[in-house]
Design a protein around this ligand. Sequence first.
Ligand SMILES: Cc1ncc(COP(=O)(O)O)c(C=O)c1O
Length: 405
Amino acid sequence: MDIDFVRKQFPAFQEPSLQGQAFFENAGGSYPCGAVIDRLFRFYSRHKVQPYAPYAASRQAGAEMDEARSRLAAMLGVADRDVSFGPSTTQNTYVLAQAFRQFLKPGESIVVTNQDHEANSGPWRRLSDSGIEVREWTVDPATGHLDPAALESLLDESVRLVCFPHCSNVVGEINPVTEITALAHAAGAFVCVDGVSYAPHGLPNVGGLGPDIYLFSAYKTYGPHQGIMVINPSLAELLPNQGHVFNGGDLSKRFTPAGPDHAQVAACAGMVDYFEALADHHGADRMRGAEMGHFVHDLMRQREIGLLQPLLDAVKDRNDLRLLGPSTAEDRAPTVALALGRPAEPVAAQLAELGIMAGGGDFYAGRALSAMGIDPAEGVLRLSFTHYTSEDEVAKLIEALDRVV
Ligand SMILES: Cc1ncc(COP(=O)(O)O)c(C=O)c1O
């Protein structure tokens, strides 16, 4: 990967006030790419009007929103109507949980994990208020690993939905979505996957992976602050409409009762501009849609794996900290949480003085931390990067860590 080319696509790397600051809180939110910022600016300056009316500015606004949906859908390997934009993944799971609340019957069951971020956990667990049985698929306390065999023992004919993360935002291990989905489907359950922590490292081919619902947040995939969800149309049609009564026939509006942020939806096309530019620059200029998505996914993953292993090697055998999740880069995202046995936030503050931007806390994954014997109040130091991080920044991080830990 041509890292100079990559970094030129992100204005943050040219921003004087950010010079000398290595960014390691990407799991919280990535830098937006220039193409997204340009599209947002263009929308706000040229056609920030109600879209889909017959005048030119409005038609253009609507066309840019539609463009974002279709180009993203193509990359994700699904149909346009399968993609919905909502304010955030938290909001999207909340709305979906309300739909399932109406759809499920008392006595039916769902499975949630204690590896998830609260966004894909709490709203589902609250279905117990309506008589739904909530079963917990729990992590191995030593490793944070979610074992598919343990899911099997929770599945029976009463289970209608299984919710789990593609990758936890503190454990980092990549869960085998296709295998888990097959287990759930064989038991007659639907599947909802939180892809928020995985998607920044390469948008997956959701159609190929196979879950019924796949969620991610564009502000972590180089885009604007939007949640994106893919819902299989056969499930979307079964679930009761959560939008305005007259919007129920439009699957892309059925689970987004909030009016869309038109400019941000339109700006999501900038993410695809960026991914295409990456593909073009690396010799894949004939590829578009899912094929291009696959190429860029692998390009990013390969780069990140190469950057990540030295960091894992530097922390995995230390006895003054505990690395959560796998110590092999292939098996995880570059979202590296370290339990220090003391509050993590002050350590993040020390890192800031050394030019490292990182965070300390529970990252809304308190259930996963508690399950692993870590006090959420102490939290973990989390170091997260993406393909645009440089070798020098990782080396600087390793050196800074040595000084503060
Ligand atoms: C794994 C994971 N899931 C869900 C969310 C919630 O996403 P949003 O901020 O879009 O609600 C986050 C946010 O950090 C996350 O890391």
